[in-house]
Design a protein around this ligand. Structure first.
Ligand SMILES: [Zn+2]
Length: 542
């Protein structure tokens, strides 16, 4: 049963630019059996006329958090609400739409939208007082709650502030409804996690899958898989009859317990899962280590202090990092290290170099996540060690850049997110969104990658436009190279003969209409392994 598609504008992402474009392709079952010109397309059982539409390889989001993203999509989204009135009206509507709900969750609110930048429980109580309401701030560093939530969490004037966090209080010491840092994680998030059911997680999985397929994503790399995520995706795989509608590769999160044996036990669990029953749809491919925080909060580990004189210690000191990296490397696991500051990426590479010296020659494909500020020379060292640069164009959006630049405050700002350095060095560069810390839209991500302008606020001028990539290269990093980052370079991520038929059809051609058309472009169809997994209903033409 061969289907051929003709009369298209097919961007193949072939590494040789001479083969980057075709007009037609043919699919037999789940595999591409022809890519080339219309007049050479083989005979087929059915023919689809693409009517000149643009076809791309399916995107792979090379760094995401599926369960968190699915949960976020199920919450009231407050980022666009710029006044307290607007926030309150969204909450009132959400309560009215879900009269049976026992809890209301929201996310993405901005301090600037609230009078005096001081949110209180009373502000929420005014519109929703009968059930607990939890609202995560846009940066996920604080949680704003109502009085019913304070009661559900058992927080009173006698509750002490946890280490590393703070419960906002009035002059009499009474909690006012805002939980900062570990007060948010240890109270609001821990309570949420303890009350989340498998049915909730199944809903989260489905929302994440549906949202990705609708945006042309056919593969994802989860960067914080744990037992809950694994079980939820195994259930989804069963529901879909042994397959998933999207390809999931996962990195197992390893928490630094401060105890080498306990850390190595987590690595052993990841190795057991990687060796165990995996499918082309659901696989554990490696581990994830979070070496530092973020520049915006001055928690990324830098070689030189921030503008305010402070600095941060790495979460994994090299002495604790080395045994974990050596063990994971020896087990054939891919090691993904979150390293935003230049000191963090330096010790990440030191640990990999140490593992290579200990374990000798063997196939390995390690990676560093984010690399927002890396010292000159880092890209060359990564290329030499075969380490992938996993970067998120959407994190360089100029609308959120001012605070980042202010925290560093010196010449380092001029080397923010310098993607061409990694290309020039010959390192594999894989693009992603890190959803839900940023929007999951692959097309908006490509807009920022190819312009360095803002997808959030079009009135904000581009920053560092010299680092913008031509659209062909940006899309190559988000398709071919993102698939290659998990070892799939020889079977998916390109439109090539013998490759899996993972493709996306768009209604707009940003190659001819310009990058700005990416913000309006719509996915017409998403095909995974030859099967239509998303099709946009378009009104019939008259
Ligand atoms: Zn992440």
């Amino acid at each position: 049963m061969i289907r051929r598609y003709i009369n298209g504008r097919v961007f193949t992402a072939d590494p040789d630019p001479a083969n980057a474009w075709a007009g037609a392709f043919a699919i037999d079952d789940d595999t591409l059996v022809f890519v080339g010109d219309d007049d050479r397309a083989p005979d087929a059982d059915t023919t689809v006329d693409l009517q000149g539409r643009l076809v791309l390889p399916g995107f792979t989001d090379a760094h995401t958090h599926l369960l968190m993203m699915g949960a976020a999509l199920g919450q009231v989204h407050l980022t666009d609400a710029r006044t307290l009135d607007e926030i309150q009206s969204l909450l009132r509507d959400a309560r009215a739409q879900n009269p049976d709900a026992t809890v209301l969750r929201g996310r993405g609110w901005l301090f600037d939208s609230i009078p005096g930048r001081a949110p209180t429980a009373a502000m929420i109580d005014a519109v929703v007082a009968d059930i607990p309401v939890y609202l995560d701030a846009n940066d996920y560093h604080s949680c704003w709650v109502n009085s019913a939530a304070l009661a559900a969490l058992g927080i009173t004037r006698d509750t002490p502030d946890p280490l590393g966090g703070q419960i906002a209080r009035d002059a009499e010491g009474r909690p006012t409804g805002l939980l900062y840092e570990t007060a948010a994680t240890q109270y609001a998030w821990a309570h949420r996690d303890a009350t989340t059911t498998d049915a909730d997680r199944d809903d989260d999985v489905q929302r994440a899958i549906d949202a990705y397929l609708a945006s042309g994503v056919t593969g994802v790399v989860d960067m914080a898989f744990d037992e809950f995520g694994l079980a939820a995706f195994e259930r989804a795989q069963q529901r879909y009859g042994g397959e998933l509608p999207i390809r999931v590769a996962a990195h197992w999160i390893i928490n630094n317990t401060g105890d080498d044996a306990a850390n190595l036990a987590q690595v052993a669990r990841a190795a057991e899962l990687a060796d165990g029953a995996s499918t082309p749809w659901l696989r554990v491919v490696g581990i994830k280590l979070i070496l530092d925080g973020v520049i915006d909060a001055c928690t990324a580990a830098m070689r030189h202090p921030y503008a305010n004189g402070s600095n941060a210690e790495p979460i994994w000191p090299l002495a604790q990092l080395k045994p974990v990296v050596v063990a994971a490397d020896a087990a054939g696991l891919q090691i993904a290290q979150h390293a935003i500051g230049d000191y963090a990426s330096e010790i990440a590479l030191d640990a990999i170099e140490h593992a290579i010296a200990r374990n000798g020659d063997r196939p390995r494909r390690h990676r560093i996540e984010h690399l927002e500020y890396a010292a000159p020379g880092t890209a060359v060292r990564m290329a030499r060690l075969g380490v992938t640069a996993s970067m998120q164009p959407v994190h360089s959006d100029p609308a959120i850049f001012a605070n980042w630049a202010e925290m560093l405050g010196d010449e380092r700002v001029e080397r923010a997110f310098p993607w061409p350095e990694y290309e020039d060095a010959g390192a594999l560069l894989a693009f992603s969104t890190d959803a839900p810390t940023a929007p999951h839209s692959a097309l908006a991500n490509m807009y920022i990658a190819s312009t360095r302008a803002s997808a959030l606020d079009r009135s904000v001028p581009a920053t560092h436009p010299q680092f913008a990539l031509p659209l062909e290269r940006a899309i190559g990093h988000a398709t071919r190279d993102a698939a290659a980052s998990v070892g799939d370079a020889d079977w998916r991520g390109r439109i090539a003969r013998g490759f899996s038929a993972d493709l996306v059809v768009l209604d707009t051609d940003p190659f001819t209409d310009g990058s700005s058309s990416l913000l309006e472009a719509r996915v017409v169809e998403t095909i995974v392994a030859g099967r239509s997994r998303y099709a946009r209903r378009v009104p019939a033409e008259s």
